[in-house]
Design a protein around this ligand. Structure first.
Ligand code: WT7
Length: 694
């Protein structure tokens, strides 16, 4: 029965596609600034940075610094010029911006009308229909699938028509719970085409987490797949959706695509086969006309308190910002293969797997697997096989991989690589060195990018200002149009005052509005104002701390809530970690602040040793204390150093310090739900080590 159905779908899909039949084989959907900005970075290569041609018209702009200054002095001219040349408008905008940071009111490109999917797909299909848009790097190495712009547009239109046929209309929120795959990208694009904001939920979240996001956004439609495959393991996605939807009465339809083809229970009048529906639809679909400020998508992210926030981004501003930052932070050129190994369930996947690269007409890699499958050479074998030019990951992956022998990297040809990017957490010096020296052979630019779900795109990142400029670790320089400001957050008479000049640390805020900033928290605009605009009036507050060094470069010190205070001395836990990570036996560390009677807080360190290290733990702990004392100061030396087999991480690789704080204070009964962790069992192991240590 199933086989017969699949055959029918196969036939139907083949005939419905006016293009190559490999577009969308249904049984396994798997088979579908002026010259002045040209600079040569330090130490490295002879690379030049792609010029921004529009800048030729800006008066008095000769250098990178000139253009940056111009972008702050005349933001409307700067962004307006870019918006005209980089976006295809249905109707051009009348006014560039109408923003009031004190009131948290942000509007860009007013009066403009566009469709984002037309910008990311149709625009390129007209000029280069057969250019590869997506390389789907499936879980099994060597089974990648290439999808052209024409094919992706056809899939998108069929999916958009399917949504419309089910009654989904402009403004309706659609939940997408899918692994990285062409059909998931088509689902996002289809939502954009019909003006239905998507809410992609990372397909590693539990049923409860998914349900609360469906409920908060009041989604009537969920798009998912039968199963997912990651690191050789099968994950029962549809089953999770069933469990979630059981608690979501608002859900009217679940559209199920096939990843493995496994038969999954389908409820009458609720569950629909996406392929079956799609093959009845035309490969053309009239795009909805969207206003610049209509919602494009929402994405849930955790705050330091309360339930996850539905961060909402709008059409034109987000698109322009994702487009410009991908092009200029990573220097994407015509025939480049761009690879950001993030999941589409996170903002990095939205901006730098999907919207940014596609808007630039690039070829973007969709990575379905994990860095250690089938072995720790996976990334570099993939770089060789796909001839990747830019590689963008989270530092946690670097720290994971540097535990293994360098031969896992060196046996593959990485000569195509030009830019090595990272995002999400501080890049400790050891990981940065390994990434740039071992992976990049010292000839690639290291692009540490600081930004957030809320900022829509990269905010601070190195862009060398002149040939031979020194490249440091850290995000360093604000992107065009971005004006970081630091505020004193130390209790006392100067709290809340702006910190001007060099060599200062404080709360990292942004003064000028930029097109990519989130416009609200879905359903809770007050929380948006409270979190981002009220703490330091007139600016956007990031929640992060930063240091502006003697050269004016920015270094992120970590979330403000991860800054600890020891005997009145403030220190970022990241700094202590950085010091200890330098130890040759250490793979990864996490430091939290734990209460102390006299000192207020003391650092507590959780340390993972490199594979194969069999030395006396007490010796290592002593060496680490010495190292911290030597690198920072005596007050920063951790009271406790606990050698543990792992750290509690979210599936996106973030260390859950909340859990470590509870363990360190013997409150394991208050740990709450640890099921969303990448490896929930690690928690028990740490609790045991902690108890044994005491
Ligand atoms: C938080 C945002 C933006 C995509 C991934 C995470 C931390 C981000 C860096 C960096 C140090 C960084 C910050 C920020 N962060 N990039 N280059 N160096 N910290 O998005 O989940 O919204 O998290 O990640 O603390 O506030 P997110």
């Amino acid at each position: 029965m199933a086989a017969a159905l699949l055959k029918t779908i196969d036939r139907a899909v083949k005939s419905s596609f006016s293009i190559r039949t490999s577009v969308f084989p249904p049984a396994r959907f798997g088979r579908s600034v002026a010259r002045c900005l040209s600079t040569t970075p330090a130490k490295a290569s002879v690379q030049t940075t792609t010029p921004m041609p529009e800048a030729d018209g800006f008066p008095g702009v000769h250098t990178h610094q000139d253009l940056y200054d111009f972008s702050l002095r005349e933001p409307d001219t700067f962004w307006g010029t870019l918006a005209k040349s980089r976006i295809q408008w249905i109707k051009s905008f009348d006014r560039v911006s109408d923003c009031d940071m004190s009131a948290g009111k942000i509007e860009w490109f007013l009066g403009g009308q566009l469709n984002v999917s037309v910008n990311t797909l149709d625009r390129h299909v007209q000029k280069m229909p057969d250019k590869v848009a997506l390389i789907w790097e499936r879980d099994e190495p060597g089974t990648e699938v290439r999808i052209t712009y024409r094919e992706l547009l056809a899939m998108t239109c069929q999916l958009a028509n399917t949504l419309r046929s089910h009654g989904v209309k402009k403004g309706d929120r659609v939940c997408i719970y899918m692994p990285n795959s062409p059909i998931a990208v088509a689902a996002m694009q289809a939502c954009a085409r019909i003006g239905a904001p998507h809410s992609v939920v990372f397909a590693g979240f539990s049923a409860d987490a998914l349900a609360s996001r469906i409920q908060d956004a009041n989604c009537e439609t969920v798009i998912t797949t039968d199963q997912a495959v990651r690191g050789g393991k099968v994950i029962e996605l549809k089953k999770t959706v069933d469990d979630a939807v059981a608690n979501c009465p608002m859900v009217k339809r679940v559209l199920v695509a096939q990843r493995t083809g496994k038969e999954v229970p389908m409820k009458h009048n609720l569950d629909f086969s996406l392929e079956e529906d799609m093959c009845r639809q035309s490969t053309e679909c009239t795009p909805e006309i969207m206003d610049s400020e209509d919602p494009l998508f929402m994405l849930y992210t955790s705050g330091s308190t309360g339930k996850p926030k539905g961060i909402l981004h709008t059409q034109a501003g987000y698109l322009l910002y994702a487009t410009m930052t991908s092009k200029f932070a990573f220097d994407i050129r015509e025939d480049d293969i761009f690879s950001c190994v993030a999941d589409i369930g996170w903002i990095t996947g939205h901006s730098y797997v999907v919207y940014g690269p596609l808007s630039n007409g690039a070829t973007t890699v969709l990575f379905e697997s994990i860095p250690t499958y089938p072995n720790p050479g996976r990334y570099w074998e993939m770089v060789e096989r796909l001839k990747i030019n830019q590689f963008y990951l989270a530092p946690t992956a670097v720290r994971l991989l540097l535990k293994f022998d360098e031969s896992w990297v060196k046996k593959y040809d990485r000569s195509t690589l030009r830019k090595l990017g990272c995002v999400g957490e501080p890049l400790n010096v050891e990981a940065g060195d390994w990434y740039s020296q071992v992976v990049g052979e010292g000839r690639c630019d290291l692009v540490d990018t600081w930004w957030q779900t809320e900022t829509g795109g990269i905010m601070i990142t190195p862009r060398p200002s002149q040939p031979g400029a020194e490249i440091l670790h850290g995000p360093m320089r604000p992107f065009f149009g971005i004006e970081p400001v630091l505020f004193n957050d130390e209790p006392g008479p100067d709290q809340g005052k702006e910190l001007t000049g060099k060599d200062v640390s404080g709360a990292l805020c942004v003064r000028k509005p930029w097109p990519g900033i989130a416009r609200t928290i879905f359903g809770d605009h007050e929380r948006y104002l409270d979190t981002y605009f009220r703490p330091y009036p007139g600016t956007y507050f990031s929640g992060d701390g930063a240091h502006r060094d003697h050269k004016g470069y920015y270094h992120i010190t970590g979330r403000m809530d991860d800054v600890i205070n020891i005997s009145g001395h403030r220190i970022g836990t990241a700094e202590i970690e950085d010091a200890m990570d330098e130890h040759h036996d250490v793979a990864e560390t996490a430091v939290i602040g734990t209460p102390h009677e006299v000192k207020g807080e003391v650092p507590y360190a959780f340390v993972i040793l490199k594979e194969g290290v069999r030395r006396d733990e007490e010796d290592i702990a002593k060496e680490l204390k010495d190292l911290v004392r030597k690198t920072i100061a005596a007050y920063a030396v951790p009271d406790t150093i606990l050698i543990t087999p792992g750290l509690p991480k979210t599936r996106s690789g973030k260390i859950m310090r909340r859990i470590l704080r509870k363990i360190s204070t013997d409150k394991e009964e208050e740990l709450g739900d640890v099921s969303t962790l990448a490896e929930p069992s690690v928690v028990d192991a740490i609790v045991q080590s902690h108890k044994a240590y005491k």
